[in-house]
Design a protein around this ligand. Structure first.
Ligand SMILES: [Zn+2]
Length: 375
């Protein structure tokens, strides 16, 4: 329980520190995930919606009513506030919540399992999985509620095809749960799915546009690769940066001529509804053949990783990062022999919503920040 404005201000500062710490250690990406703290039995503080963690300041942390989700001010609280609220309602012992899109837990959450048995060092770990529902819906809140009610002694939950949720008396407990789950899920992927892949982005040939001209990071980028970059910039006028990701997971998927349907919510939002890996290296022009599509931010190259597209460097890096996670999930599902794919309709809804609201929210957030700074 927090008392008075001073304690609330301190809590806001602490929430920002925790969010930045989770961002630094890679458990939070882009604007996904959120951190909250209970004020009292009626309200809680939560990180805002659509703001990059680097830009986050304590003024942007919003107080939200636990029962009706109302809040004061112009800054919009996280889209997942209802999930936090239901946890505070169901679990009166919980004062701090962290929701992440962390890599290994998210990947395990695509296997279609209701609970996962794994281990950490020599200790057995049980991880319940809340069923998937579209983010921001009552169905998702209900799925999470059922799951935490069923396991009242546990503090770490996977949200299927989405991410994970951690409860604690304080930030230390919640972060500990997040780290513990990540190791336990990696152990599960290695032992059960035979997927021992480190998450990351490995650069191949990157480029960006400068005054309309393509600038390659590596001066002697081969002609074959230059042709791909040229085709992408020619077809996608919205793109200014291309990151060629040759990470182990992306390379593995690029070796299988296939169609990648989204397994994860952030993949459907940021990358696209369906991504094709070309089955043929050569197109009609005798040069390489690639699927360059309007609303798909990844272009796979057969046997050679994938090009990740963005209007800014950080957009392209986020695409590369989310793609790598999506590819680990893809490989794990293939090797596990089963998984739960998101439906085309779900992907379509999430992708459209994201493209519409993300730019708007990010712009509002920047404006809000400037105004706050002026005050
Ligand atoms: Zn989320």
């Amino acid at each position: 329980m927090l008392h008075g404005n001073e304690e609330i201000l301190e809590a806001k500062k602490h929430i920002v520190e925790v969010a930045k710490e989770l961002y630094e250690i890679g458990l939070l990406v882009r604007t996904w995930g959120n951190v909250s703290q209970r004020i009292d039995e009626k309200s809680f503080l939560i990180t805002p919606s659509g703001i990059e963690y680097e830009d986050l300041t304590p003024d942007m942390v919003v107080a939200v009513n636990i029962d009706d989700l109302s809040y004061d001010g112009d800054i919009i609280p996280s889209n997942e506030k209802a999930v936090h609220a239901v946890c505070y309602r169901e679990r009166t012992d919980v004062d701090f919540i962290v929701h992440t899109h962390q890599v290994y837990a998210s990947c395990v959450g695509t296997l279609g399992m209701k609970k996962v048995f794994s281990y950490l060092d020599d200790v057995d770990v049980l991880i319940p999985v809340a069923a998937f529902a579209l983010p921001g819906t009552n169905q998702l809140v209900e799925n999470v509620r059922k799951c935490i009610k069923k396991y009242p002694d546990l503090n770490g939950f996977i949200m299927a095809n989405h991410g994970a949720l951690f409860l604690g008396k304080n930030s230390k407990e919640a972060i500990y749960e997040a780290e513990k789950m990540e190791v336990a899920c990696n152990n599960f992927l290695i032992d059960v799915c035979k997927t021992d892949i480190k998450h990351g982005v490995e650069f191949g040939f990157n480029s960006h546009l400068e005054d309309g001209k393509i600038v390659y990071d590596i001066p002697d980028t081969p002609v074959r690769v230059r042709h791909i970059h040229e085709s992408i910039y020619a077809k996608r006028k919205d793109i200014k940066y291309i990151i060629h990701n040759k990470s182990e997971a992306v390379m593995t998927v690029s070796r299988r001529a296939n169609h990648m349907r989204p397994l994860l919510y952030d993949f459907a939002q940021l990358i696209g509804i369906s991504v094709k890996v070309p089955s043929n290296e050569h197109g009609k022009d005798g040069l390489s053949y690639h699927n360059i599509k309007k609303n798909v931010n990844v272009v796979f190259s057969l046997y050679d990783g994938a090009y990740c597209l963005g209007a800014t460097y950080s957009d392209a890096m986020d695409v590369a990062d989310v793609l790598d996670k999506g590819c680990i999930a893809h490989v794990a599902v293939m090797r596990h022999g089963e998984g739960h794919y998101l439906s085309l309709w779900e992907c379509y809804k999430m992708n459209r919503f994201y493209r519409r609201s993300y730019s708007k929210l990010a712009a509002t957030a920047k404006k809000d920040k400037k105004e706050l700074l002026k005050k």
